[in-house]
Design a protein around this ligand. Structure first.
Ligand SMILES: Cc1ncc(COP(=O)(O)O)c(C=O)c1O
Length: 413
């Protein structure tokens, strides 16, 4: 299902005209499709069938409260990557037992909060962190549920900046040392050792690395069982990619089937933490053209009012996003470089793109921007954090109003 489709001469989100939203709210504005969010959660659930599983949506991809509430209503639980994301989850209506807490650098305050809340599992990153969790649990008279994040030394075959499963990456403990780390941690009365965690990368287009990572933790769980440590779940992280351009991506059903296939002989509950695959295709960034000027080579620069401060992925990873005109879609296509207004040469959304003769004031939609879009937005160049809109059942509403300059400055006065 594609949320962002043309209807006559206008691009729409689930049939709701995007030009009207841009005219009313202004730009830059993120627009989300509630129907797509629901459909992505339901399709993933269906893929795992009746095998014991839980979907813990990775809040880092997009933690707008309205987005999270739609995901909750659709049956998604959450993976929080910071104390802030834990609070968002609670505010969205989740219970502590719905939350797994991941994060490579958990602060003492974050550990305290997770321990006293009693989250479903704290995914520990090191032997030292397990120590600190045990100490915090001791202070509060609690038993903390913990899992250990292991680093299996498996390449995700995705962009180097979003690969996390090799020994040069900072995440987790090397799998070769995990058995010893778990044996020691599980002897602590303040810790309940519930699982193993692995996440080898994001925007993955092949299933083989995911299968290998799953097999590695299944084997480790068996070794732990031999040591008398009974884990109850395997958390295989996120990572399923989406087609930004013309990539072939495994369907959710094939992804789920591949993981179930590997985990089933262990009988352990399977947890996944999808982020991008849930929210990426559900969002678009609307931006207005503020200038059109000639470029060497006979093409043109189309300058938008949104840049890397609103959508960082192209500047950060060289990521590709489709860009489409919202209205006036039938004009003669011309070649252009679509760029942002930020004073950085990397502030480019697309080179050599074809758009129907863009004019100043026209609105474009940057597609598949629901994941790692608004969540990574910043105030660089004193841009306001953008507005966000949810389209649901033929209507739309603002789910985050545009930030004002006073709101930026209030912390500085
Ligand atoms: C631990 C962990 N889980 C889940 C995710 C979500 O990944 P994705 O958005 O690729 O599904 C990430 C993202 O990097 C992560 O670091």
């Amino acid at each position: 299902m594609h949320a962002f489709r043309p209807n006559g001469h206008e691009l729409t989100c689930d049939g709701v005209g995007l030009a009207g939203i841009a005219a009313s709210v202004g730009t830059p504005t993120y627009v989300y499709s509630a129907a797509t969010l629901r459909e992505r959660i339901e399709t993933l659930h269906a893929g795992f069938g009746d095998y014991p599983h839980a979907l813990h949506y990775a809040l880092k991809a997009n933690s707008n409260l309205a987005v999270v509430r739609v995901i909750r209503a659709a049956g998604g639980l959450v993976d929080a990557n910071s104390g802030g994301e834990i609070e968002v989850a609670l505010r969205a209506g989740y219970a502590p037992s719905d939350i797994v807490f991941t994060g490579v650098g958990k602060t003492p305050a974050e550990i305290d909060r997770a321990v006293t809340l009693g989250v479903k599992a704290i995914n520990a990153e090191s032997a030292g962190e397990l120590e600190r969790i045990a100490a915090a649990a001791g202070v509060h008279g609690r038993v903390a549920s913990v899992a250990l994040r292991v680093n299996p030394g498996i390449a995700s075959e995705s962009h180097p900046h979003i690969s996390t499963g090799m020994d040069s990456h900072k995440f987790g403990v090397p799998i070769a040392t995990a058995r010893t780390v778990v044996r020691e941690a599980s002897a602590r009365p303040e810790l309940d050792f519930v699982g193993l965690h692995v996440h080898i990368g994001s925007q993955m287009l092949g299933l083989e690395p995911l299968r290998r990572a799953a097999a590695a933790v299944v084997a480790l769980a068996q070794e732990l069982r031999d040591d008398g440590v009974r884990v109850t779940h395997l958390d295989l992280g996120g990572g399923l990619g989406i087609p930004y351009e013309d990539e072939t991506v495994p369907p959710a059903a094939a992804y789920a089937a591949a993981l179930v296939d590997v985990v089933k002989p262990s009988g352990l509950t399977l947890i996944v933490e999808p982020g991008r695959a849930v929210v990426g295709p559900a969002g678009a960034l609307l931006a207005s053209v503020v200038d059109v000027k000639p470029r060497a080579g006979g093409t043109r620069f189309v300058v938008l009012d949104a840049g890397m401060s609103e959508l960082l992925r192209p500047a950060l990873y060289g990521a590709f996003h489709r860009i489409e005109a919202v209205a006036e879609r039938n004009g003669t296509p011309v070649t252009c470089d679509v760029v942002g207004p930020i004073c950085e040469s990397s502030d480019v959304f697309g080179v050599g793109r074809s758009l129907p003769a863009p004019r100043v004031g026209a609105v474009v939609a940057i597609l598949d921007a629901g994941a790692y879009g608004a969540a990574m937005a910043s105030n660089y160049n004193r841009h306001a954090l953008p507005a966000e809109v949810m389209v649901d059942a033929g209507a739309w509403r603002v789910v985050r109003r545009r930030q004002t300059l006073d709101e930026q400055l209030v912390c500085e006065e």
